[in-house]
Design a protein around this ligand. Structure first.
Ligand code: EPZ
Length: 418
């Protein structure tokens, strides 16, 4: 198990380039199951979850022609196996994204239920309900979702009780290769969903309304192979913005999409941190003190739950008290206990965390529990006095490409030990 050793208290300065969006590339990789040919995806981040998804697709019969630099070429003409096994799905919830495409492509699917993870139960009831509405017969047998749709899938009107990002993606992909019209209501509006819809549109599906809460898909009999370039990761970009703020640094975030980061930009400015917005870059200049601000996570375009942990780390050093409400997941405060061990003052009450700013954090041995909690511990360690040792950093490797290299280039004292 790798560990990260961080000597805190150094201002970050310089520029950092943002890699492709993990949560955009995972559904796009799943969407290659809908096509039968040579798909080319550029701008792919070399993160653990991408390699897991590639392994899953090869298990299903796709052939990885190459993954050189940031470009994947994958031939999906040989897809013939409907089973996504527990040992793969249990390591990455996003594996559930193959469910809709397999039902649409093969007329059957046997996908392990992902099981819970650190941040919550992660149910799939809305994915299943939507696919049943499209004519799939679905049974839950020994922890697996067994789906069949011999006569293919048919369009229908589907309402999501809760906004679900991968649920919207799964149903959109299934509807793209089905008969008739599907209307998704209370659909997710994340940029990753808009991107998936646009890419499926270029592959021959007729999709309207992406980015709003009603998406209309006219199914196609076949889709052309996927060609696309993944856009920069808004959560990675936000993480480095907060790194600049928490270390009182001056960092230029290049190759990013500022409009994907509106909620964070406003919150940092409310806290008195300088954020200059360019076309495809942002500059964040942290002062030596900043004010507390309140956070409520919501589906896009609200404040992203994937930046909540990182924002909490920042608020532990703010002047005043910050109220953070986590509205998306039921258990996404694991990082709080670790931050308290560094000297933070945090009181948890259900979905609410009350953070009272302190003057300083102290380095400590820390345990990462999930991807974004790990990022928040790195941020706190960068600002803390003394040394921190963060274990279980495989969580970080799932979603951040070359994090310690990027941080070292910004002046951080961070190294990985096996
Ligand atoms: C996606 O997860 C992201 N993952 C998550 O990012 C992100 O935190 C989340 O959306 C919310 O933005 C990917 O895109 C691969 P949801 P997803 O379905 O789709 C409930 C990261 O750090 N729900 O939008 O799994 C669910 O329990 C990861 O990169 C149901 O009740 O999240 C949750 O409370 C973490 N029934 C809420 O909806 C369902 O059938 C939102 O979950 C599905 C979801």
């Amino acid at each position: 198990m790798d560990k990260l050793i961080i000597e805190g208290g150094r201002r970050l300065e310089g520029e950092v380039a943002i890699s492709g969006a993990k949560n955009a590339v995972l559904p796009i990789l799943a969407a290659t199951l809908l096509t039968s040919g040579r798909n080319e995806i550029r701008g792919v981040p070399r993160v653990r979850d991408v390699f897991t998804m590639i392994r899953l697709l090869r298990n299903l019969g796709a052939r990885l022609e190459s993954f050189e630099g940031d470009t994947i070429v994958i031939d999906s003409s040989g897809v013939n196996n409907p089973e996504a096994p527990y040992e793969l799905v249990s390591t990455m919830r996003a594996s559930c994204l193959v469910l809709g495409p397999l039902l649409a492509r093969l007329g059957q699917a046997k996908v392990s239920l992902p099981g819970g993870c650190a941040i919550g139960a992660r149910p799939m009831d809305l994915h299943i309900k939507g696919l049943q509405a499209m004519g799939a017969r679905i049974e839950l047998i020994q922890g697996y979702i067994h789906g069949t749709a011999e006569k293919g899938l048919n369009g229908n009107r589907i309402y999501f009780d809760t906004v679900t990002v991968t649920g919207t993606a799964n149903l959109m992909m299934a509807a793209a290769l089905s008969v008739g019209e599907t209307i998704l209501e209370n659909a997710a509006r994340e940029p990753e969903i808009v991107f998936l819809a646009d890419v499926l549109g270029r592959a021959g599906a007729n999709i309207q309304g992406q980015g709003t809460d009603v998406i209309i898909i006219q199914g196609a009999a076949a889709l052309k192979p996927i060609q696309c370039r993944i856009f920069p990761d808004r959560i990675e970009a936000g993480t480095y913005m907060i790194a600049a703020a928490i270390t009182g640094g001056d960092v230029e975030i290049i190759d990013c999409i500022p409009q994907h980061l509106e909620p964070l930009i406003h919150k940092l400015q409310e806290a008195g941190i300088q954020v200059e917005v360019g076309d495809s870059r942002l500059r964040v200049k942290g002062g030596n003190r900043f004010k507390s601000t309140d956070i409520k996570t919501q589906p896009h375009p609200g404040f992203p739950t994937d930046l909540q942990a990182q924002m909490m780390a920042l608020m532990t050093l703010a002047e005043g008290q910050s109220i953070i409400v986590e509205n998306v997941f039921e258990n996404r405060f694991m990082h709080a206990a670790e931050l308290v061990r560094m000297g933070a003052k945090i009181i948890l009450d259900g979905h609410t965390a009350i953070v009272k700013g302190v003057g300083q954090l102290c380095g400590a041995p820390l345990m990462a529990t999930d991807l974004r909690a790990s990022a928040s511990l790195v941020l706190a360690a960068l600002a803390a006095k003394g040394e921190s040792v963060i274990s279980r950093v495989y969580h970080i490797d799932r979603g951040y490409e070359a994090m310690e290299e990027k941080l070292v280039r910004l002046g951080a004292k961070i190294r990985r030990v096996k």
